[in-house]
Design a protein around this ligand. Structure first.
Ligand SMILES: O=P(O)(O)OC[C@@]1(O)O[C@H](CO)[C@@H](O)[C@@H]1O
Length: 383
């Protein structure tokens, strides 16, 4: 299990380097008052050197978090599992900024200014212009755009080294033929997409969804987003609407997606579980049943990968199907590597990368397309 306190670890750097920078930017981006500012600073101090405090009793999800954190309250943050601690940090940040409060900051996304700037940026213009390029709109190119779009993660951008995430580091595992083969085999079933970041990642995800619906690769797509702001740029429903609007202004694909939402072939869903500090092994029964009926579930990004396989120091050669085989449908991970977890990469590749590029697990320059069909056709009641 990856913990937060290992000296020199990526997890420790997230709390001690990334979060202070994140807090600085959030407080610079919105004119929060003294109360919110002090609460955010207190959270930073608590999470970098203090003891874990629960949510205030009046919080709508206080009981749920009390249960998730049983045995952990009052312990040092550094002892916590990394995934649990990060998830709780983002929940507490929303508490500190008044996102769930009764006051005027209710519902104000603390990361909204960053997301809006990205969506309005020139890089998005260029990417949208490429939609008219026949090479850029071939199926494999669309899958590649959705994959590499995962580099555009605004939390990663907080402390990434210059040039990190840019340039073609390489696809370490490419099972895209299996992905397309599975879709062809299912012949127009339901595809679930567990979204990750808004903006430059969600736009190519939506274009891929349009392609799947337009070509019969999927009869229906369920797109799962976060119920609240999370990990800086993770997509919420508001971000889906902003992206569809952006696409509508630029290309017919936007209008098609709008219509698909209207006729129910593209359904956007959310669930509290997507902001829970839990791995996908602990899917609640309702979500498990939804995924179980899918021809394929596409799981986007680094954090979802950590939740899919388990946030552990796996031997990298552990087969992906072994780590992700618990998932209730066939599942494809589209992930650029931005944390230490990795499976399904052979020892020779790991040895080569360890000596040539020591930061390969976290730099965002490498990616995987990994498929497990273990959950294919699993009955809805499974698990
Ligand atoms: O899930 P995403 O957007 O691809 O990546 C999230 C991320 O940037 O944040 C975490 C560290 O804070 C890591 O899992 C990863 O580096």
């Amino acid at each position: 299990m990856i913990r937060c306190d290992l000296p020199g670890s990526f997890a420790r750097s997230v709390f001690h380097e990334r979060h202070p920078e994140l807090v600085r930017r959030v407080l610079a981006a919105l004119p929060y008052g003294p109360g919110e500012r002090a609460a955010v600073e207190r959270l930073l101090a608590e999470s970098t050197g203090g003891l874990l405090e629960p949510l205030p009793a009046h919080a709508h999800d206080a009981a749920r978090w009390l249960e998730w954190g049983e045995g952990r309250w009052g312990r040092p943050w550094g002892e916590l599992p990394f995934l649990w601690a990060e998830s709780y940090f983002y929940r507490r940040l929303l508490e500190a900024t008044g996102y769930f409060g009764a006051g005027a900051w209710q519902g104000v996304d603390p990361f909204g200014p960053f997301k809006a700037a990205e969506l309005a940026g020139a890089a998005v213009d260029e990417e949208l212009a490429a939609l008219d390029d026949p090479d850029g709109s071939a199926p494999q190119a669309l899958l590649g755009s959705a994959l590499w779009g995962n580099r555009a993660d605004l939390s990663f951008g907080m402390t990434a080294a210059p040039g990190a995430g840019s340039g073609a580091g390489g696809l370490l595992v490419d099972q895209s033929a299996l992905f397309w083969g599975e879709l062809a085999r299912a012949d127009g079933g339901r595809v679930c997409v567990v979204a990750d970041n808004a903006g430059r990642e969600l736009l190519p995800d939506l274009v891929l969804i349009d392609h799947l619906l337009g070509t019969g690769g999927a009869a229906r797509v369920l797109l799962y987003v976060k119920p609240q702001p999370y990990f800086v740029s993770d997509a919420t429903m508001a971000d889906v609407l902003a992206s569809v609007e952006r696409l509508r202004a630029a290309h017919p694909v936007g209008e098609r997606l709008w219509r698909a939402m209207g006729d129910g072939t593209l359904v956007v869903r959310t669930h509290p579980f997507f902001c829970a500090p839990l791995p996908f092994h602990e899917l609640p029964a309702d979500l498990r049943a939804e995924f179980a009926g899918a021809a394929m579930t596409i799981v986007k990004g680094d954090l979802n990968y950590r939740r899919l396989v388990g946030d552990r120091y796996w031997p990298p050669s552990t087969p992906f199907a072994e780590a992700a085989g618990h998932f209730p449908s066939a599942v494809t991970a589209l992930r650029t590597l931005k944390s230490e977890v990795v499976v399904g990469v052979d020892d020779a590749t790991v040895g080569r990368l360890d000596s040539s590029d020591p930061a390969w697990r976290t730099s965002g320059r490498h990616a995987v397309v990994q498929v497990s069909v273990s959950g294919r056709g699993r009955p809805r009641s499974a698990g």
